[in-house]
Design a binder for this molecule. Structure first.
Ligand code: PMP
Ligand code: GLN
Length: 385
């Protein structure tokens, strides 16, 4: 194909291919153990697969309603009520989306106008900054404190200006594996009082919180919930990242604006999957078992790393374990991550890519949503470094 004849003014001049695509591709090329991109290497529940097939075969293959089938929206509202004590009206306050990334992007598009500022925490999940910038917004970064990745709320307060339109939260946090405490959310609630700032709260790892702690959803805090989009994904909870299904819950007046954008973008989300998820969500145990299931994987991975020169950072939530490699190498994390794939057969994610400028600390992120066999093999390679 001949190239486009004019110079292109990119809307995202600083963006390349995502680290997840890059690392998973390299891992496949070098046949490396892939602990980079976050996805389970085991299959989802057989009942869920059977339900999907059932609904495809029963002819539910045309457009579902724009906001999602009501049965799934009711199941989502019921889950939020059960876990966080907040009442969302399934008709007007819950929308099923093709994944959480889409949910965040749509919330940003619906609310952020050119020149508006959006507060992000750094390191930031890779989709947030570009979602803001492509809409003409200005990301304003607040640093999480290393090594516990706690939030300096005074810095957040100082980052708020009359132009601040939105703040994007992510707890449990990717890539840091930290979680917000109830106190964090109480402080945020008071900071945002009397502002018109909207919150997009990425809670895709809501069920992956360890050591007896509870997930602090914005839905638990009424004054935060009234200005928030709770964004979630079925990918992590049900080990179906490839299905790209998620949802957003928000008060009616916020959701009205969200749906204005959604109806002209994806318009609907996959229909038969929604029927399957609505049935599957009736079984609360499927998500209530997740903290113990993933904590056991984290502990298995850590136990197999005993004696290694890597220093584990706390993993309080998500399915990621960060390892400080300063005792092993002075290399930049991006260089080391590539070398480990090519020379040692193990893939990870260099955490510096979630920063604008590489930080001084040396950390690689490893995904432990893997079978014990994969984790043991991965840890064995790492122990020898
Ligand atoms: N947000 C965070 C913090 C994530 O880690 C991920 C991917 N694992 C997503 C959003 C994407 O979710 P989805 O695949 O449903 O778009
Ligand atoms: N969220 C996943 C991770 O952090 C990857 C999702 C993606 O590839 N965009 O690894």
């Amino acid at each position: 194909m001949p190239t486009y004849p004019q110079p292109i003014t990119s809307k995202l001049p600083n963006v390349g291919t995502t680290i997840f695509t890059t690392m998973s591709k390299l891992a496949a090329e070098y046949n490396a153990i892939n602990l980079s991109q976050g996805f389970p290497d085991f299959d989802c529940a057989p009942e869920l697969r059977a339900l999907f097939c059932k609904y495809i075969n029963s002819g539910l293959n045309q457009y579902p309603p724009m906001a999602g089938i009501i049965g799934l929206r009711e199941a989502i509202a019921e889950k939020i009520q059960f876990l966080y004590g907040a009442a969302y009206d399934p008709e007007h306050e819950v929308t099923v989306t093709p994944g959480a990334t889409y949910g965040i992007f749509t919330a940003v598009t619906a609310f952020v106008s050119p020149g508006d500022e959006v507060i992000l925490f750094e390191p930031a999940y890779d989709s947030y900054g570009p979602a803001v910038e492509v809409n003409g917004g200005v990301p304003v970064y607040v640093q999480m404190r290393y090594p516990d990745y706690s939030i300096d709320w005074e810095a957040v307060k100082n980052a708020i200006t009359p132009r601040t339109r939105m703040i994007i939260l992510n707890t449990p946090n990717n890539p840091t594996a930290s979680v917000f405490s109830a106190e964090d959310l109480r402080v945020l609630e008071s900071l945002l009082n009397d502002t018109n700032i909207v919150v997009a709260s990425d809670e895709v790892y809501e069920h992956l919180v360890f050591d007896g702690h509870q997930h602090q959803s914005v839905a638990r805090f009424p004054l935060l919930a009234e200005r928030s989009f709770v964004v979630n994904s079925f990918g992590k909870a049900y080990a179906v990242t490839g299905w790209k299904m998620g949802y957003v819950a928000a008060p009616k007046n916020l959701m009205l604006e969200f749906r204005k954008v959604h109806q002209f973008n994806a318009f609907v989300s996959n229909g038969p999957v929604q029927y399957a998820l609505a049935d599957f969500m009736k079984n609360r145990d499927a998500y209530l078992a997740l903290p113990a299931f993933y904590q056991q994987k984290r502990d298995f991975f850590l136990a197999h790393l005993e004696g290694s020169r890597f220093k584990p950072l706390p993993s309080r939530g998500t399915f990621f374990q960060n390892l400080d490699y300063s005792a092993i190498s002075d290399e930049q994390d991006t260089d080391l991550a590539i070398r480990l794939i090519k020379e040692k057969g193990i893939a990870s994610i260099p955490v510096s890519v979630f920063y604008r400028q590489p930080p001084a600390h040396k950390v690689l992120r490893f995904c432990f949503a893997k079978s014990e066999e994969t984790l043991a093999k991965g840890a064995e390679i790492l122990r020898k470094l």
